[in-house]
Design a protein. Structure first.
Length: 346
């Protein structure tokens, strides 16, 4: 049997690392792409112990470059392409809307055009997002819920989502769009709210930071565990028919509740006082304020409530989220305490 070959764009990111781990464990040859920077960092692949795996080939690539997308597909001979690369931070997309559109939107089109040109039998996964639901039109959100993105990031992802559907319908390309709700892990970037919280509490515990500053504490998210979500991506490309699927836990929790959960996990006795910009979190054990609201973290437009229903993925793919938010939060808190004790800084 010939060895299956997959191409993963964005291998230095959270999902890229977990997907690499999964596909290598299934015997794939994996081409993982990273961007040229002055200091490339493979810490996530290293944490998972796969950075040096003989079946992993790391290749330099920028998805804003159409020509290199075509050459990459020819060179790798991949039969499955997972497009995980993106400018993925919603907050930054308000400051850099053009860059976000180029990478997150046009980048997907480059890959679809490359597939159309090189080999239309390549199976394609597009990393779509619950951010496309934005100002939600129904609760919970499913594959058919109307979209209403609330950020340049959400708009760019919607463009990429519809292109994936369009190339499926126009050219018969096996293009799947996974509408994934927030998924977190100890490998999450520190700019995202969950990891910012767990890393900050670890630092406060060790005397490296005084206060955790946050924006909107009322936003509600459906948070799952990233390692389980990449398995859903793989299942989509293994299905008989290309389709669009929601992956979610079907539980929604406000940011404030995640803060309380993480504080408890780190050993604080947190109580919230005040409201709006004056809300603070006080550790009853020390009497110190360890959480504060800073309006600089507010966004020009917010996504208030996300909760997904992944029944279709369960029915068609046998996929289901099983890790609870409490387990996930504890895993992240413990990893960040361990890292901060050892001087780790990513
Ligand atoms: P990360 O931000 O951790 O990773 C993004 C990856 O994209 C990084 O490897 C980054 O490289 C790479 N990248 C950025 N710009 C370019 C470019 N111009 N050319 C090539 N590569 C580039 O994201 P996640 O792993 O969390 O998410 C994976 C995908 O899933 C993203 O597309 C995201 O938008 C989407 N998504 C994520 C969800 C989540 O909750 N995590 C939910 C729904 C969708 P570098 O390391 O150099 O920055
Ligand atoms: P999100 O994740 O925007 O949902 O996008 P993020 O963790 O950045 O924000 C979640 C919610 O927390 C609120 N918030 C803060 N967010 C950050 N980053 N920093 C803060 O200090 C802070 N305070 C409050 C935000 O306003 C928001 O409501 C993530 C990304 O991974 C996307 O790529 C992905 O598509 C979606 O999840 C699903």
């Amino acid at each position: 049997m010939t060895q299956p070959t997959a191409l993963i764009t964005g291998v230095t990111g959270q999902d890229g690392a977990y997907l690499t781990e999964l596909l290598l464990s299934k015997g794939y040859k994996v081409y993982g792409t990273y961007r040229r920077t002055s200091s490339v960092n493979f810490w996530r692949l290293q944490e998972l112990g796969v950075a040096e795996h003989p079946n992993l080939h790391l290749v330099e690539y920028d998805l804003t470059d159409l020509g290199s997308s075509i050459r990459l597909l020819i060179k790798s001979g991949a039969t499955e392409v997972y497009n995980l690369a993106a400018q993925s931070f919603v907050g930054v997309s308000f400051d850099q809307p053009m860059t976000t559109a180029d990478i997150t939107g046009m980048g997907c089109l480059h890959l679809l055009e490359a597939i159309r040109t090189v080999n239309t039998d390549i199976r394609f996964y597009q990393a779509s997002t619950s951010e496309m639901f934005g100002h939600v039109q129904a609760v919970p959100q499913v594959e058919t819920t109307p979209f209403y993105p609330r950020s340049p990031y959400g708009v760019a992802k919607l463009f990429a989502h519809w292109l994936t559907v369009n190339y499926r319908e126009s050219y018969g390309i096996f293009g799947c769009s996974g509408i994934l709700f927030n998924h977190e892990s100890p490998l999450r970037g520190r700019e995202f709210v969950t990891r910012k919280i767990t890393d900050s509490f670890a630092k406060i515990l060790l005397g490296k930071l005084d206060v955790l500053e946050l924006g909107n504490l009322d936003a509600r998210r459906d948070w799952g565990f990233a390692r389980e979500y990449v398995d859903g991506m793989w299942r989509m490309l293994k299905a008989d028919v290309a389709d669009t699927y929601v992956l979610a836990t079907n539980r929604t929790v406000p940011v404030r509740e995640f803060v309380a959960m993480a504080a408890k996990g780190a050993g604080f006795d947190l109580v919230f006082e005040g409201s709006g910009e004056n809300e603070v979190g006080i550790d009853r054990k020390s009497g110190k304020t360890i959480v504060r609201v800073n309006p600089k973290f507010y966004r020009p437009a917010e996504v208030d409530l996300l909760i997904g229903d992944a029944s279709k993925a369960k029915r068609d793919l046998g996929w289901e989220a099983t890790t609870t938010l409490e387990q996930l939060c504890q895993m992240m808190v413990e990893a960040d305490i361990r890292r901060n004790q050892s001087g780790f800084s990513f």
